[in-house]
Design a binder for this molecule. Structure first.
Ligand code: ZN
Length: 140
């Protein structure tokens, strides 16, 4: 049991390669790399795993997709999740075919299912980073 100031979730320090992803998230835009061959990829990588080109650009995605897979954690593996268990961690397959990982908001834990529609939302963190996260789309 913890008391006092809530602990923030761990985040990352943007690098030269990932900076564009985080800057887009801060603007409320979800982007991934598109290689000169047309292949979309995430996480950011310096070279295309398909054609080995190092030419790429950031392109925006719809932010809509579905749950490809998930797990529900009943243990807080970091103090930031103390008091938030159980919570769902999902692999999202975006409409454009790229997959991303996210935890879901607490209210989505009981309703998570493979194939459930999700949408991105942008979650500003105390350290200044904005995390793209996903939530279930209800009432479709
Ligand atoms: Zn390529």
């Amino acid at each position: 049991m913890t008391t006092g100031t809530p602990v923030s979730r761990p985040t990352v320090t943007p690098t030269a390669l990932t900076k564009g992803f985080w800057e887009a998230a801060a603007r409320g835009e979800l982007v991934v790399q598109r290689c000169s061959c047309g292949q979309l990829r995430h996480y950011p990588q310096p070279m295309c795993p398909t054609c080995h080109s190092v030419e790429w650009e950031w392109v925006p995605l719809s932010g809509r997709g579905s749950v490809f897979s998930f797990t529900v954690s009943y243990k807080a593996f970091h103090p930031a999740w103390t008091g938030r268990v159980p919570y769902a961690v999902v692999a999202v397959e975006l409409e454009e075919g790229v997959r991303m990982m996210s935890d879901l908001p607490a209210e989505d834990t009981d309703a998570v299912a493979i194939g459930a529609p999700v949408e991105v939302f942008f979650d500003p963190q105390p350290d200044g980073l904005t995390l793209p996260r996903f939530r279930l789309v209800r009432g479709r």
